[in-house]
Design a protein around this ligand. Structure first.
Ligand code: ADP
Length: 397
């Protein structure tokens, strides 16, 4: 039989490379294997050179090695296999092997050991070694597959991001032309053609404007996480106060009340954190119910994270939609009901995940919602203060 490491042996067939200097012992081992249900093809070698040569020409399923040979030690087979990069179990078969030596051999890479006066145990030891090797190979294979898939996914995500960025960036220019000229046609020819023409031109104008806002949103989404966005310490109290200032008119018009206190300082990008608060509070106002908005922002420690909660008394979200709303351009209402393109929460999710956190919503339709997100609470290890962080922005007198 030609041994080939890529060909699986038939059940019971076993290619054995036996390192042994005693012919009788070698025969006893072969007998024990046959008794144990194997049809072994055994090659016996006595020297290191013979072992290496056989290993290369006829790779076995298992190596059996006497621990103490006159010329060399059975454990050297493990070194040779390692050097050759061959994953073949080595079972020491020895006249005497103390427990401590046995443990030492297994630590050094032997798979098992069997005493010569207990050869009945050998078939079982071989079966176990081969099955462990098989399981290990499957596990390594699965780990490799997983790592490769993760790498492919990262690459395809990066490609997709790059594509979305370039497409949205480059589409802006021609679209600006379309929007400008349809607008011009609308102004110059309104009332000079027939009623249908006026209607069609106004549809074209609306379509162009709408596409512009979609493309701008897509561009804003692609920009999150692109190179050049730096992180620093962000005082969330201050970031939220800035958001409330800019949302002032909407807050006043809706009669909203926003409560927050003692928000932490986190490691993130200031304008991105502002954007997260802006999107969440803006939504709480936009999707308000019959009552004026009641919004509260609070944080607590949760393991290694800060857990932020932004609660409102909005119209709420049905359970089947709590994940959909974080996908780009996914919305639950028509634009005539509520304005928007469905990009705000997708941006929040991207920002939070880029900063090592998670975002989700807990809500009951008609009974308000609580958007929750986490951010790591520990400060970053050993970082140098950048110039803009150490220089206080004093006004010049
Ligand atoms: P947009 O506000 O432009 O629709 P978002 O991505 O911010 O886009 O939100 C997606 C959808 O999630 C919204 O259309 C709305 O249906 C739902 N939503 C978001 N925030 C709230 C909220 N606070 N209360 C109820 N529904 C919300």
């Amino acid at each position: 039989m030609t041994a080939n490491k890529d060909v699986e042996p038939r059940p019971g067939e076993l290619r054995v490379l036996h390192v042994e200097d005693n012919d009788l012992d070698a025969e006893l081992v072969s007998q024990a294997l046959r008794k144990g249900g194997f049809s072994p093809s055994v090659v016996v070698v006595q020297s290191a050179a013979g072992f290496e040569q056989q290993l290369r020409s006829h790779p076995p399923d298992v190596v059996l090695a006497d621990y103490n040979l006159p010329q060399w030690e059975g454990m050297e087979t493990v070194e040779v296999l390692r050097r050759e990069g061959m994953d073949i179990p080595v079972i020491l078969v020895s006249g005497a092997l103390g427990d401590i030596t046995a443990v030492e051999c297994i630590k050094r890479g032997a798979t098992d050991y069997v005493l010569k006066d207990g050869l009945a145990r050998l078939p079982e030891a071989i079966r176990r070694a081969l099955s462990e090797k098989h399981v290990l190979r499957l596990r390594l294979q699965a780990e490799e597959d997983l790592a490769r898939k993760a790498e492919e996914l990262t690459r395809s995500n990066a490609d997709l991001e790059q594509f979305a960025y370039i497409a949205s960036h480059d589409l802006q220019e021609p679209l600006r032309m379309v929007a400008a000229y349809t607008q011009l046609i609308s102004e110059r020819y309104r009332g000079r053609l027939d009623a249908d023409a006026d209607k069609f031109i106004s549809y074209a104008c609306e379509g162009a404007l709408r596409m512009q806002t979609l493309i701008q949103d897509l561009l804003a989404f692609s920009r999150v996480g692109r190179a050049g966005v730096s992180s620093g310490l962000v005082e969330c109290d201050a970031a939220l106060a800035e958001v409330l200032l800019s949302l002032g008119p909407a807050l006043r018009e809706s009669g909203a009340v926003v409560k927050y206190a003692d928000l932490p300082t986190v490691w993130a990008n200031r304008s991105q954190m502002t954007q997260v608060f802006q999107n969440l509070i803006g939504n709480a106002i936009k999707f308000r119910g019959d009552e004026p908005p009641r919004i509260s922002v609070h944080t607590e420690k949760a393991g290694d994270d800060w857990l932020f909660s932004v609660s409102d008394n909005s119209i709420g979200i049905a359970p089947e939609n709590v994940e959909v709303i974080f996908i780009v351009f996914q919305r639950l209402h028509t634009r005539t009901e509520y304005s928007g393109n469905g990009i705000g929460l997708a941006i929040c999710k991207k920002i939070i995940e880029l900063n090592g956190g998670k975002i989700w919503v807990e809500s009951t339709a008609g009974r308000g919602s609580t958007f929750k997100f986490t951010l790591p609470w520990h400060s970053p290890p050993e970082r140098k203060l950048r110039d803009e962080e150490v220089t206080a922005p004093f006004p010049t007198m």
